[in-house]
Design a protein around this ligand. Structure first.
Ligand code: ASP
Length: 342
C-alpha cells in the first residue's frame, strides 16, 4: 500500500481507537496493513584470517560495530525511510569505526597516506554516485551520495572530488591524520618489508572494506560500499569499490556490495553480473551470487565475497575467503552477525 494511504489508514484507525502510536513503532504494522518486507545486509570486508589471529578483544569490538551499523540502518527502514538513507546510515557507522578499512582506520598507500574510495547506488531509477582517491573526506559515502544527488556526474576523483565537497557543503572534511591507526601503520610496514624481500606487493588480507544493501518498505533497493583499498597501493590505484557494476550495484530487483581483490571484481563486473543473472536468467539470488563468487571469481584467480539481497528480501552472503565480517536483518526480523563459516 502506498505510504500516504497507509498513514491515512493509521490516522483513521487511531481516531477510532483513541490510540496513540508509540515512537518508533512500525507504521504499516499498526495500520493492520500487510507490511512489505524490509531487509538489510552489511559487510566489513572479507579475507584470509584464522580464528587464532582474531584477538577476543577485537572480535567483540567488531561484532559490536556490526550490530551498531545494523541498528542504524534498521532504524531508518522501520520508520519508513528510504533504502538509500538506510545504507548510508549503516556505512557511516562502519566508516567511523577504527576496526574497518574505510574512513577512520583505512589502510595506507605506499606513500603512507590514506586514500579513500566509495560508491552508492539507488536501484529506484538506477542513479549512482562514486568518489575515488580522496584524503580529507571524513565519510566518503556521504560525498558519493552528494555526487549522486547534487551533481550531474557519477564519479569524481582526487582533488576535484574534494573541491566538489567544499562547494556543495555539508560534507565534513578532516586533517588526513584523522584516518590513521597504529594497526594499519604496522600493516604498511609489514607490506613494505615483504615487498623488499621480494614478496607480493599486496596480500589478500582485505578485511575491512565496508558495505550495505537495503530493501525499504516501498520495495526500493540501494547498495553502498566504502574502502581504503589495498595496503601499500601506488600510482593512484583504484579498486572495485567505487566502480559501479563491479563493487556496487542496485536495480529494481537486486542489490550487491562486494569486497575482495578489486582488480578481479572489476574485470568480472561482479556486482552487476550477479543482478544480471536474476534479470536475464531468472536465477534465484543465492544461485546467482554463488555462481559468480564461488566459481567465476576463483576461476579467474581472484578472491573475496559479496552481500546481496533481492526484492523479496532474500539475502545471500557468499565468500571464498576464510571469513567475511557480515550481519543481516531478515524480513521476519531475525538478525545474524558472523565472521567465519559458522
Ligand atoms: N575491494 C577492495 C579493493 O580492491 C578491497 C577490499 O574489499 O577490502 O580496493
Amino acid at each position: 500500500m502506498h505510504r500516504s494511504i497507509r498513514l491515512a489508514v493509521l490516522a483513521i484507525t487511531m481516531l477510532a481507537s483513541g490510540g496513540v502510536a508509540a515512537a518508533g513503532e512500525d507504521v504499516a504494522v499498526q495500520a493492520g496493513a500487510e507490511p512489505r518486507p524490509i531487509a538489510l545486509v552489511i559487510h566489513g570486508g572479507a579475507g584470509t584470517m584464522s580464528r587464532a589471529q582474531l584477538r577476543a578483544k577485537d572480535e567483540a569490538g567488531i561484532r559490536a560495530a556490526l550490530e551498531q551499523a545494523l541498528d542504524a540502518g534498521e532504524a531508518v527502514l522501520r520508520r519508513g525511510g528510504s533504502a538509500v538513507d538506510a545504507v548510508a546510515a549503516s556505512v557511516v557507522v562502519l566508516e567511523d569505526s577504527p576496526y574497518f578499512n574505510a574512513g577512520k582506520g583505512a589502510v595506507f598507500n605506499a606513500e603512507g597516506i590514506n586514500e579513500l574510495d566509495a560508491s552508492i547506488m539507488d536501484g529506484d531509477g538506477q542513479r549512482a554516485g562514486a568518489i575515488a582517491g580522496v584524503h580529507r573526506v571524513k565519510n566518503p559515502i556521504l560525498l558519493a551520495r552528494a555526487v549522486m544527488e547534487r551533481s550531474r556526474h557519477v564519479m569524481l576523483v582526487g582533488d576535484g572530488a574534494e573541491a566538489f565537497a567544499r562547494e556543495v557543503g555539508g560534507i565534513a572534511l578532516v586533517d588526513p591524520s584523522y584516518f590513521r591507526t597504529e594497526q594499519r601503520w604496522k600493516q604498511l610496514e609489514a607490506a613494505r618489508r615483504l615487498e623488499q624481500a621480494g614478496g607480493p606487493a599486496a596480500g589478500n588480507a582485505y578485511f575491512g572494506t565496508v558495505g550495505a544493501v537495503a530493501l525499504d518498505r516501498q520495495g526500493r533497493i540501494a547498495a553502498a560500499t566504502s574502502t581504503g583499498g589495498m595496503t601499500n597501493k601506488r600510482w593512484g590505484r583504484v579498486g572495485d569499490s567505487p566502480v559501479i557494476g563491479a563493487g556496487t550495484w542496485a536495480d529494481a530487483r537486486c542489490g550487491v556490495s562486494a569486497t575482495g581483490w578489486g582488480e578481479f571484481f572489476i574485470r568480472l563486473a561482479v556486482a552487476h553480473d550477479i543482478c544480471a543473472r536474476l534479470a536475464y536468467g531468472g536465477l534465484s539470488l543465492k544461485v546467482a551470487a554463488d555462481e559468480v563468487v564461488m566459481r567465476r571469481v576463483p576461476a579467474a584467480g581472484g578472491d573475496g565475497g559479496v552481500i546481496a539481497l533481492d526484492a523479496e528480501g532474500n539475502i545471500a552472503m557468499p565468500f571464498n575467503t576464510d571469513g567475511m565480517y557480515r550481519a543481516a536483518l531478515h524480513p521476519d526480523g531475525t538478525r545474524q552477525v558472523s565472521i567465519f563459516r559458522d
